[in-house]
Design a protein around this ligand. Structure first.
Ligand code: IVH
Length: 704
């Protein structure tokens, strides 16, 4: 006799069983699934369909023949007094799904067209872990997971740590009352838990459901106790000596009355129309809910009608889960590119094979930063799980390892900005890589130009976001210096730009040329330098030259002695002029020095100040009133060892008095401070006839 089943179908069924078994294990036993639920469901349905067409393919160990995974051996087993069932899922995520369910119920109840609509209890489908709570004489005696529906795990110890689950029912003591519901984790609790996990160097959870399931199935109840879990009841198990209301909604109300948490987003509605309305209402609300749901559940409200409808193997005929588009899907990661943000931050972004997730087609998903890429172990070519929940930017959650192709390759952060070619740096202790291109970087350019023109900066009236975009896009403006080269005819030729507004803009540009150092510094858009810091820098240094000199000095100091102890390094940097400015700490100083060290920035500044190009100018300011700054404008050189104060300190105090402290003696030097063992600088000063100051005199000067 020949085999009636083609060999390829037999092989596919075996492959599907193997895959489902594996993913089942990852999901139920390890609490660490590799593929999204939607993909699991597709595989499951494919096997179900194959087995339906060819019943000979069904094996007793097929994943279609059981409900869930094997209980973890470490927990005790609990046989459920009444099996814990699952609900049929309506796969049609459109409103037609609700209509189909109502039609099925009516047909199965034998209701003709004239019979009034069926009453339903509509509620949310929580995305967590099903739990059976057994109360005896009003006291919680056992909590069990669903397990395979017949036998679950005894997780009483862990469940007792869930704050919202009553250990004793309020006002009632029936011999037996089993309450069924879902243990879940709120999204905010999940974010906090993951932040904690990361800070402790532990692996973050993939989503709130896995966090909830993983916490309840945590063998150490002390750890479980620290996990922020919540609970909602949605039904009953065994009941003895408690009067069960006649409707499901009545049951929920009664549970609420004995202080069992029941979600308030529930409704009693009628007919297909009522179900559709609920589905729609919750869809609109879904993103704003504080927890994840993957759909809604409709239940025939009358318990008598429920009994009449009965069950189909392991699913009741009176309930259905009506899902929303999945928030997690699987797709191929085609490439990783880098996005340059307005501050120069480089974000690795995954380019994906388009995938429908969370209600939209997603082609890009963020990978946040290099640490995340490494932690997730994402390679280019991998199949990844993408999540888009709510309005959140889609992100790559994890890798499906068993789909990794042999030619998958790692991603590396570029060393140069992909937009402008400037050096990319990663600041010590920061997760982010940054482009140092500043003003010249195309990605940062539009934002930078807009900032340059803004009110607190150069205050160029009429140069708003749209016009900046237009000017950059058509190539008229590449950097802020180009603004000053714009002529009326060029501007007037632009779309939505008349002769009049072109003239006004040129006039505004003209007027902005005369400015202050503070405005100019703020306009440059140096990271970390806002209006206040710009003003302080201007007051402290008085001139751009003084500031750039301090920035150069700082940049040089940053490069010195890489392996020096952090404390020594910090101390050395602290003594430099840039960090003498009030409120300028090491981060701000590093940003400033990096900005001025970038040749592109230097060029743009030079062009801005060039009378033939930008013509931007200002009056240099007296650093501080002469009375308080006796050394303003004086150039000082320190040489030899001072006995009463460190060289850095002497330098800082001289600078605070307005002196410019330089490293070499020249005709411009006003005086040289000479300590012990002074060498060639003393000789040079003597040769040039420059005033020599000893330590005692220095202290007098510093003392005021
Ligand atoms: S009723 C006889 N109601 O969905 C029906 N289940 O496949 C028993 N779930 O793991 C379940 N929200 O934990 C019901 N409002 C809700 C639910 C809900 C989530 C879960 C349940 C089970 C699965 C059913």
């Amino acid at each position: 006799m020949t085999d009636p089943i083609p060999a390829d179908l037999r092989a596919r069924a075996a492959e599907l069983r193997r895959l489902l078994e594996y993913h089942n294990y990852r999901y139920y036993v390890l609490d660490n699934p590799e593929i999204p639920d939607a993909e699991y469901d597709r595989l499951f349905r494919e096997l179900q369909a194959l087995e339906q067409q060819h019943p000979e393919l069904v094996e007793p160990d097929s994943p279609t023949q059981r409900v869930g995974g094997a209980p973890l051996k470490a927990f005790g087993e609990v046989r459920h007094a009444i099996p814990m069932l699952s609900i049929r899922t309506e796969t049609d995520t459109t409103e037609a799904g609700a209509v189909a369910f109502d039609a099925r119920v009516r047909r199965e109840l034998g209701l003709g067209p004239g019979v009034p609509p069926v009453e339903y209890s509509a509620e949310l489908k929580f995305d967590g872990l099903a739990i059976n709570l057994r109360y005896e004489s009003g006291v919680l005696v056992r909590a069990a997971t669903r397990g395979n529906g017949e036998v679950g795990e005894d997780v009483t110890q862990n469940v007792r740590t869930v704050g919202s689950i009553p250990l004793r029912l309020h006002g009632v003591t029936p011999p037996v009352l089993e309450i069924r519901g879902e243990i879940y984790m709120r999204r905010d609790d999940f974010e906090r838990l993951n932040a904690r996990q990361r800070a402790a160097g532990d692996k973050p959870f993939v989503n709130p459901r896995n966090a909830a399931a993983g916490s309840i199935r945590q063998l150490d109840p002390n750890i479980a106790a620290r996990r922020p879990l919540s609970f909602f009841a949605y039904g009953l198990g065994e009941v003895q000596g408690w009067e069960v209301p006649a409707t499901h909604s009545g049951v929920l109300d009664a549970l609420e009355a004995i202080r069992v948490p029941v979600c308030e987003d529930r409704a009693v509605t009628r007919g297909a129309e009522g179900l559709v309305a609920f589905h729609r209402q919750i869809a609109e609300k879904r993103d704003a809910l504080p927890f994840d749901i993957d759909g809604v559940v409709y239940k025939v409200n009358s318990l008598a009608l429920q009994a009449q409808l009965g069950f189909l193997t392991r699913e009741p005929r009176w309930a259905v889960a009506h899902k929303y588009p999945a928030q997690e899907e699987m797709t191929k990661l085609l490439d990783i590119f880098v996005n340059v943000g307005r501050t120069g931050k480089l974000t690795p972004v995954a380019r994906l094979e388009p995938v429908f997730v969370g209600g939209v087609t997603v082609t890009n998903a963020t990978l946040h930063n290099m640490d995340e890429v490494e932690r997730k172990g994402v390679l280019i070519g991998d199949t990844v799980v993408v999540r888009r929940a709510g309005d959140v930017i889609p992100e790559v959650v994890s890798v499906v390892l068993d789909r990794r192709p042999s030619d998958a390759r790692p991603f590396a952060m570029p060393e140069h900005c992909p937009v402008c070619g400037s050096e990319v740096v990663r600041i010590e202790g920061e997760a982010d890589h940054r482009c140092t291109g500043g003003l010249i970087c195309g990605a940062q350019r539009k934002r930078a130009i807009q900032h340059f023109a803004s009110r607190g900066a150069m205050d160029i009236e009429g140069l708003g976001e749209k016009l900046v975009d237009q000017l950059v896009d058509c190539g008229l403006v590449k950097d802020v210096a180009d603004l000053y080269c714009l002529a009326v005819p060029q501007l007037a030729a632009l779309e939505r730009m008349g002769e009049k507004s072109a003239e006004n803009l040129v006039r505004a540009l003209e007027a902005s040329r005369s400015t202050t150092l503070a405005r100019f510094l703020y306009a440059l858009g140096i990271p970390e330098v806002g209006e206040a810091t710009a003003a302080t820098l201007a007051a402290h240094f008085g001139s751009l030259e003084a500031l750039t000199a301090a920035a150069e000095e700082y940049a040089a100091a940053l490069e010195q002695e890489e392996d020096e102890a952090p404390a020594a390094r910090a101390k050395r940097l602290k003594g430099l002029a840039l960090q003498q400015v009030p409120d300028v700490g090491p981060e701000v100083a590093a940003q400033i020095s990096r900005f001025f060290a970038e040749p592109h920035n230097e060029q743009v500044i030079a062009r801005l100040r060039d009378p033939a190009i930008g013509g931007v100018h200002w009056e240099d300011v007296e650093v501080t009133p002469a009375a308080e700054q006796p050394l303003a404008g004086q150039t000082v050189v320190l040489t030899g060892t001072l006995s009463s104060l460190a060289r850095d300190e002497a330098k800082a105090r001289l600078q605070a008095l307005g002196a410019k402290v330089t490293g070499s003696v020249s005709r411009k030097t006003d005086f040289v401070v000479v300590g012990e063992d002074a060498g060639s600088k003393l000789t040079k000063a003597q040769e040039l006839g420059i005033r020599i100051v000893d330590e005692a005199e220095l202290l007098k000067i510093l003392g005021g």
